[in-house]
Design a protein around this ligand. Structure first.
Ligand SMILES: O=P(O)(O)OC[C@H]1O[C@H](O)[C@H](O)[C@@H](O)[C@@H]1O
Length: 299
């Protein structure tokens, strides 16, 4: 199994991305006009001993850590994936690749009910496709066992904010979450968001936005300085649509200092806007599939 990062170029447009087999972790994405969209910490650990800080960490079978027996954000970002045979392509329209990971090959970060000896089983495929200005990510999980399991999926995208403007609410914000229920993990507050954009306050932001009744797919605009991205996301479990939640996170100065793999001053260069299936997710039955897709279009 190769551990070398793979760079995919869309020859027709010049857009490019790099994916690291450790975590099937996208670590860079440049669109056809040369803009770079992804933040990677200068202190990120790239030797496979820890999840890469920045890029697009994949979270499954859960977001966060329900209790200490579970590894934070699950096992996908902590194991080596392999390229799906023949999946690399580069044609007039798009270029891309798919990577796969079966539970039996996930040797790190299992835990909880997914620990060694579990009766659960699954196979994950992560597909990435780009054209001149769009990146599409799809994570598919197949329940290859007989037993149904509950789960969450989330794509923990770190947007690069240009010019160090993450704390400037006029230049760095998320629009389109009006009416979502907000669960603020820092203050403990719960409320419904009004029409104002989400901006980073003068402190850590760590909020989960849950879709109101009737809202299924996510459709927001992320302004990250001069990088402005339309983000759409949708999720399905065994063919049934599931509402998409969104997490917004920035560690601010306080938490940046505490993280060994994040530059103390780099919180001004990033905002995480993380779509996921976090609530009202049906169990995935044996033999069935779930898929989650985000489409990011650079405006
Ligand atoms: O440090 P990590 O395990 O990569 O997690 C980074 C962050 O991920 C999410 O955005 C969570 O909401 C945060 O609470 C967490 O701090």
């Amino acid at each position: 199994m190769s551990k070398d990062p793979i760079t995919i170029t869309h020859s027709a447009s010049g857009a490019t991305f790099t994916i690291n087999p450790f975590g099937a972790h996208i670590t860079s994405w440049t669109v056809s006009d040369g803009r770079s969209l992804i933040f990677i910490s200068r202190d990120a650990i790239m030797d496979g001993s820890k999840a890469i800080r920045g890029g697009i960490p994949l979270c499954f079978p859960q977001f966060g850590q329900p209790d200490k027996s579970y590894p934070q954000h699950g096992f996908l970002r902590n194991n080596y994936w392999t390229t799906v045979n023949g999946s690399k392509f580069d044609d007039e329209e798009a270029a891309g690749i798919s990577m796969e990971l079966a539970l039996k090959d996930a040797i790190h970060a299992r835990g909880g009910k997914w620990d060694l000896g579990t009766t659960l089983d699954c196979k994950c495929i992560f597909s990435v496709k780009i054209d001149g200005k769009t990146m599409t990510n799809t994570l598919t999980v197949e329940n290859t066992g007989n037993e149904a399991f509950d789960f969450q999926v989330l794509l923990h995208m770190y947007y690069l904010v240009t010019d160090g403007k993450a704390l400037d609410g006029a230049l760095c914000n998320v629009n389109g979450l009006e009416g979502y229920s907000v669960s603020d993990k820092v203050s403990g507050e719960e409320y419904i968001l009004g029409s104002e954009p989400v901006t980073i306050p003068d402190g850590i932001i760590d909020r989960v936005y849950t879709a109101p009744d009737g809202k299924i797919d996510l459709d927001v605009t992320v302004s990250a300085g001069r990088n402005i991205v339309s983000l759409k996301a949708n999720g399905h479990v065994d063919g049934e649509q599931v509402p998409v939640s969104c997490v917004v996170w920035n560690p601010h100065a306080e938490n940046a200092k505490k993280m060994g793999d994040f530059g103390d001053d780099q919180y001004i260069d990033m905002i995480c806007v993380e779509p996921g299936m976090l609530s009202n997710v049906p169990m995935l039955k044996g033999g069935k599939k779930t898929s989650f897709t985000q489409v990011m279009t650079c405006l």
